[in-house]
Design a protein around this ligand. Structure first.
Ligand code: ATP
Ligand code: MG
Length: 424
């Protein structure tokens, strides 16, 4: 393959009519993008096509000239609605010829898997190969992948089932694709921030953006905001993965210095993982009493494998009586301050801490909405308390957004308060 142009720009076409419905998401292109980026290959366009030969051919034709590498996923099955082979062969003007080795392999697969009867004739379709294409073995399925050299361009056809596509892609990334990669590694790191709004984070980072723009290698930065969390995505392309990582380490450290304790993760961990790791490190146990979050905090904490090492229990004390009977919040306190108040959050945190025997007790009480707000306490008002041996900390927040978002932000703020207290 020496002398061929490096594959710098790629496009991905996900094939499958189900991917055009509201119920099925194309995830293959994400896996493909990750693998290509690691090789320093940029993905410049993505498309989704239904199982329609003409439609798919038009999409492929439109992209092929603009990229060095075009990867399709899906539509390599044996049935009539699997049209990728035919569509691509048409675009690159190749005849489809049967590869007898593939037919033999599919037949052997049928026998090995003890499938009833001989191989159906339609499976022969999967052995049809555009003239001159190289065959990519598929250890987990019957449809092999295909590599078509079209001048300096490459068209790569991969099967749709993720469990078939992934291992084939890994194999290619270590072999044929690597041999044609631009020799630049691309590494990405995510800095996760909470407790600040996007524009503040952006503003604080402005001087760094300018520095990163001028740096060699350049650090590309994008901000992604969701309620309760802001992510700064940093990407570097460098001659080696190590060089890229070194420059990213410096960029991450600089961002963390600017954003301070609002940064909760720089290594891909979620908030609940960070909190869990801190609790394990300090040998602490936690218990939670939740009202408006309805168990979301307990759910997130227990999403982490091994959380039994630090999570005692959670109670959802939704009704006022439950707050009293289950975690001992005095009814009079609720009467005096209202269920959504700092004194009640404190009593919930201290109550669940005392009853569970955990080192930390958390109380969350708020108005998730859309109804139930007042002028004093609008929807989103949430009191969060964390009780420890050293005393109890309480804060009131005003979250925005619909019910689900308020619940998520409340759980995020509660976990963040725990993080701050435990990490000191
Ligand atoms: P098969 O031989 O199984 O028919 P195929 O190559 O024809 O393989 P498809 O029929 O397109 O692949 O898809 C098979 C399965 O893989 C389906 O369950 C489909 O939903 C899933 N799949 C296909 N494309 C994607 C994608 N881009 N992202 C996630 N899942 C996908
Ligand atoms: Mg199919």
């Amino acid at each position: 393959m020496a002398g061929l142009k490096a594959l710098e720009r790629a496009a991905i076409v996900a094939v499958g009519s189900e991917l055009l419905t509201p119920s099925k998401l194309d995830t293959n292109s994400l896996v493909i993008t990750e693998e290509l980026n690691r090789l320093g290959i940029d993905v410049v366009a993505k498309a989704i096509s239904g199982d329609d030969r003409d439609e798919l051919a038009a999409v492929v034709r439109g992209l092929l000239d603009r990229v060095d590498l075009l990867i399709t996923s899906g539509g390599l099955g044996p049935t009539d609605d699997d049209v990728t082979r035919e569509a691509v062969a048409g675009v690159v003007n190749r005849a489809l010829v049967e590869d007898r080795e593939i037919t033999a392999r599919i037949r052997a697969r049928f026998i090995a898997r003890g499938l009833p009867g001989p191989m159906p004739e339609i499976n022969r379709r999967q052995a049809m190969v555009p003239a001159g294409a190289r065959v990519i073995p598929n250890p987990n399925g019957s449809a092999p992948g295909l590599w078509i050299d079209e001048g300096d361009h490459v068209v790569l056809l991969l099967p749709g089932p993720p469990r078939e596509l992934r291992p084939m892609l890994k194999e290619l990334a270590a072999g044929w694709l690597k041999a044609r990669a631009p020799g630049l590694a691309m590494v990405r790191r995510v800095v996760r921030v909470t407790g600040r709004i996007e524009s503040h984070v952006d503003e604080a980072l402005q001087p760094l953006y300018r520095e990163w723009e001028r740096a060699d290698p350049k650090v590309a930065a994008t901000i992604l905001a969701t309620f309760g969390s802001i992510e700064l995505h940093l990407t570097v392309r460098a001659p080696s993965e190590r060089a890229a990582a070194a420059s990213l380490d410096a960029a991450v450290a600089a961002a963390a210095a600017v954003l301070g304790s609002h940064v909760y993760s720089t290594d891909g961990r979620s908030m609940e993982e960070v909190v869990g790791d801190l609790l394990v490190e300090r040998g602490l146990h936690i218990a939670v009493a939740e009202s408006c979050t309805g168990g979301l905090m307990a759910s997130r904490l227990t999403d982490v494998p091994g959380s039994s090492r630090y999570f005692r229990y959670g109670v959802v004390v939704y009704a006022n009586e439950a707050k009293t009977t289950l975690v001992g919040v005095p009814a009079a306190l609720i009467g005096e301050h209202g269920a959504v108040s700092e004194p009640v959050a404190v009593a919930m945190a201290e109550g669940v801490r005392a009853r569970s025997g955990a080192d930390l007790g958390v109380g969350v009480t708020g108005i998730a909405g859309p109804t139930g707000g007042t002028t004093d306490k609008p929807v989103g008002t949430t009191a969060i308390a964390v009780a420890t041996a050293g005393g109890t900390t309480v804060r009131t927040f005003r979250f925005h957004g619909e019910r689900g978002l308020v619940k998520f932000q409340a759980s995020q703020a509660a976990l963040d308060l725990v993080r701050r207290l435990v990490s000191g």
